[in-house]
Structure formats: C-alpha cells, structure tokens
Design a binder for this molecule. Structure first.
Ligand code: SF4
Length: 491
C-alpha cells in the first residue's frame, strides 16, 4: 500500500505522479498495490487506519513529495504527518514494514528515517528499485544491494546503497491514471484572476543539464539527463487527450533544456495534430522563435520562467546559463505570442545587495508592470539550503550554517547585503505592494516584512525544537554510500 502525504492545495494540487508510477510498476510486476492519497482526506487518521485494516498490507510505502512549504516567511513542515501515518499503520497492523520514498525524502533521508522510525527508505528512482526491494523482503532477505536503499543498523548507523539514476523507459510502466483520485479532475483552483482545472502531468525526461548552486535536483534525479522516447511521450499525451483530460502540464525540471530534445517533442506533437492547453517550466536562456512558435501551435498557454534574478552578477554566481538580456528577449517572445509568463525570483541570493535587488526590480517593472494582463512575478525571500549543494558550502563559509545541522526543519540562506539592510527590506516591501502583479507573501499588507521575518524565524525555531525531540541521536558515524554495481555486473 502506498500513501501520499502531500496535502498542499495552494497554489494548486499536484498529481502524485511519482507514487502512482511506482505503484503501477509494482502491480505490473505481479504484486498487489493500492494507493491512498491524503490530499483529499479530511480525517487522515481514519482514512489510514481504515485502509490498513482493510488491506492488511505487508508494506506501507509513504511518499514524501515536499518536506516543507519552501517559504521562509511561512514555515510549515509536512513530515510530522508521515510519522503519524507510520504510527497509525503500525497500531492497526503490527509488524507492517514502513518504507519512505519520494523527492522530499531523497533530500534528507537519514534524518527522516529516524524521525518517522521507518524500517527502510528508498532514495533515487523508486520505480527502478521498489520491485527488487519487495522481492528481497518476500524472500526474508535484507535488501542491502537494492540501489538507493537505506536502513538503520543495530549500532545506530545507517546502511546506504548508492542510488542508481538510470531508467529504462521501454520497460518502465506509464502511471495508471485509474490510480489517481478522481477529485483532482473535478477540482478548480483560483489564481489571482481566474479559475483553473488541475492539469494532468507528464514528464519527458528526468534530470537537468545545469547545476545551479542551490538546486537539489541531483539528489532526486542524479546528474545529467535521462530522456524518454519522443514517440512514447506523444503516445501518452494522445492517450490523456483521448480520455478527455482538458489541461496538461509538462513537469520536467525545465522543458527547453536541452533545446533540441524539446523541439523534437514539439515537432512530433505537430505531426500528430496534438493541440491542447499545456504549460511548463522554461529556462530563459534557451528560447528561440522556433520554440515559441511550436509551443503555441501545440496549445501552450502559460510558462513559468526560472528567472531567479535579473542581475548578471547574481546570475553568474548562481551558475545560471543566461543573463538579463536573454530574460528580456525571451519574455518578449512569449508575450508577443500571447503566452502568459510568470517569473520566479529570489531575493537574497549569494552576493545580493541593494544594487542587484534594485536592478532586478527595475527590469521586472519593465516586464511585469502593475496591471499587466498576462505576466506575474513571484518573489521568494531566501533560498532553501540542501545538504551537498554549493549553496550549503557558501552558507557554511559565511557562518550562516555550521555544516553539521540536521535538516529536519529546512534552513534558508539570505545574503547579508539583504537581511542586514533594514532600509532595503522596507523598500522591497513597498515596491512589492505597489505592483498588483507581484507576490511575495500574502499577509504583507497587514504585517510588515521585517516583522514577518522575525516572526517566521521564531516560529521555525519553535518547530525545530519540537521536532528534534523525536529525532534519535546520530549513530556512531555517518555511513558512507556503498557503491552499487553497474547493471551489467549485477547478479
Ligand atoms: S535549471 Fe532548474 S532544474 Fe536545472 S539545475 Fe537549475 S534550478 Fe535545477
């Protein structure tokens, strides 16, 4: 039995594509598998206990998509629900094996194992590892060689097998749409100016060719890119369309990186006459007139730009592959084509100060003026730090983190040039509030930014103190990753 603990409906609910893909794979391999999606349950405990009592599963796999709200100004931690799900399942069916997985889990596996008191976890591609893992369990063997597996040894340390970020798309099952809760497809969510349907999701590849300093994608999908076959992607979109789904989202980290592959996908859509409303995440550095033309012809109506900053110095420091002039040019190309553009931006990246923040705000005033019909800017104060990223190293070097912290409550980096400049924080608040198409935090009109930062930090410390009481002490030494033999070397 698989349980998704993601209950985040704002700004819109997201289909649990990872959990459903794994459940489909497990079924295809001949096991019984059911899913429970807590997104739609009002009484979580009742729902979990009832499902466990009915199914009596050998294994409960808990899928953790997000560890937290990813918003420093609004600290909400979602992992306590995973812990409760495990407790309810054990109470209802003693002896059940608890396994953790999902992208959120892959970013902080050891701490979450201890916090939830799970028997096992699987990092990396569970669609490749779950079936061999279950086979080992069924035979009564320890799954020590399964890629990505983690479990606690009797001495308190962890056994961790290196995840293998390879996927054989020809053998991989497509997520069975019948495993999605139907309420996703009748639900409408409100944006600032309209009501929209939850999109069906599809992924054309895993991973990313860039290595932005803050990005945790390499922990979830590994480095490099694993491409699906163009014809399989098009088949899947046709199937979704023929089933009557109205809106589609391509959930690749970035759709247009690398550019040639995205063009191939779009040309195949055109060849097959696929045209339905769809959206995706765009890298501003890789936008050409041909790309925009093909996107529009196949129905793309909305793109999110991973803009991050509009100051070249900051973009260089973040290791982005584009600069300000490309942001402007790409924005204009989509604007002229009638496609809605939403920019996602950080305030407080390494090196950010009064000059770079003002420069970014000035560029955004040009691209996203107040009242613009089809453009918005979403600002995030601070960057969430993941262990193992270059940003983590910077945060430690600057004394913002110790390097030894536990990430059960996420940590945020904010440049000293922003957080130490009260006048700049006041200016940020003023400029965000002056533009109806800019968003930073929903309560900014009633609680000032500096006050909110103080409140959020206190709240975060309180949550951390509470959660740490459930975290076992660290074992003797962090277990090194045990290398996984190459596929051809495996028995
Ligand atoms: S482009 Fe996006 S997905 Fe790729 S490394 Fe940068 S932040 Fe991560």
């Amino acid at each position: 039995m698989f349980v998704s603990v993601n209950k985040l409906k704002s700004f819109r609910p997201v289909l649990p594509i990872g959990m459903v893909t794994v459940a489909t794979q497990v079924r295809t391999a001949g096991h019984e598998a059911e899913v429970l999606d807590l997104m739609w349950e009002e009484e979580d405990e009742e729902a979990v206990r009832a499902a466990v009592a009915r199914l009596r599963p050998d294994v409960v796999g808990i899928s953790i998509r997000n560890v937290d709200s990813q918003n420093m100004l609004e600290p909400v931690i979602y992992t306590p629900l995973a812990r409760e799900v495990a407790d309810w399942a054990r109470a209802e069916h003693p002896g059940v094996t608890i396994v953790l997985g999902g992208p959120g889990f892959s970013t902080v596996p050891e701490d979450l194992m201890g916090f939830v008191r799970a028997e096992y976890g699987i990092t990396g591609f569970a669609e490749e590892s779950m079936v061999p893992f279950l086979v080992h369990l069924a035979r009564g063997e320890e799954p020590e060689d399964v890629p990505g597996v983690i479990y606690r040894r009797p001495d308190g340390s962890y056994h961790r097998r290196e995840p293998v970020f390879r996927i054989d798309y020809r053998k991989a099952a497509r997520p069975d749409p019948d495993l999605y809760d139907r309420r996703y497809f009748t639900y409408s969510y409100e944006t600032h100016d309209r009501s929209e349907k939850v999109p069906a999701t599809i992924q054309t590849k895993k991973g990313c060719v860039l290595e932005c300093v803050f990005c945790s994608n390499f922990l979830v999908d590994g480095t490099g890119v694993k491409f699906d076959e163009v014809s399989r992607v098009a088949d899947e979109v046709e199937r979704l369309r023929d089933e009557g789904l109205e809106v589609l989202e391509i959930v690749d980290g970035v759709f247009n990186l690398p550019l040639n592959y995205s063009l191939e996908i779009l040309k195949e859509f055109v060849r097959r006459g696929i045209e339905m409303p769809w959206s995706c995440m765009i890298n501003p550095g890789n936008v050409t007139p041909e790309l925009v033309d093909l996107m529009v012809r196949t129905g793309c109506y909305y793109v999110e730009f991973g803009t991050d900053s509009a100051c070249d110095r900051i973009l260089r420091g973040l290791k982005k592959n584009f600069r300000q002039r490309q942001i402007v040019r790409s924005h204009r190309l989509f604007e002229q084509a009638g496609v809605r553009v939403e920019h996602c931006l950080f305030i407080g990246s390494p090196g950010d100060d009064r000059d770079s923040v003002r420069e970014t705000f000035d560029v955004m005033e040009e691209l996203v003026p107040s009242g613009a019909p089809d453009a918005h800017a979403y600002w995030t104060l601070g960057l969430r730090v993941c262990r193992g990223t270059a940003l983590h190293t910077t945060a430690v070097a600057e004394g913002q983190l110790t390097g030894d912290e536990r990430f059960i409550v996420p940590k945020y980096y904010i440049s000293k040039g922003v957080i130490g400049d009260d006048a700049l924080l006041d200016e940020i608040e003023e400029r965000v509030l002056a533009n109806d198409n800019w968003y930073l935090w929903w309560g900014l009109r009633t609680i000032g930014l500096r006050t909110r930062i103080r409140m959020a930090r206190e709240e975060s410390r309180r949550i951390e103190a509470e959660l740490m009481t459930h975290l076992p002490r660290r074992g003797p030494a962090p277990a090194p990753l045990v290398a996984t033999p190459r596929r051809e070397d495996r028995p």
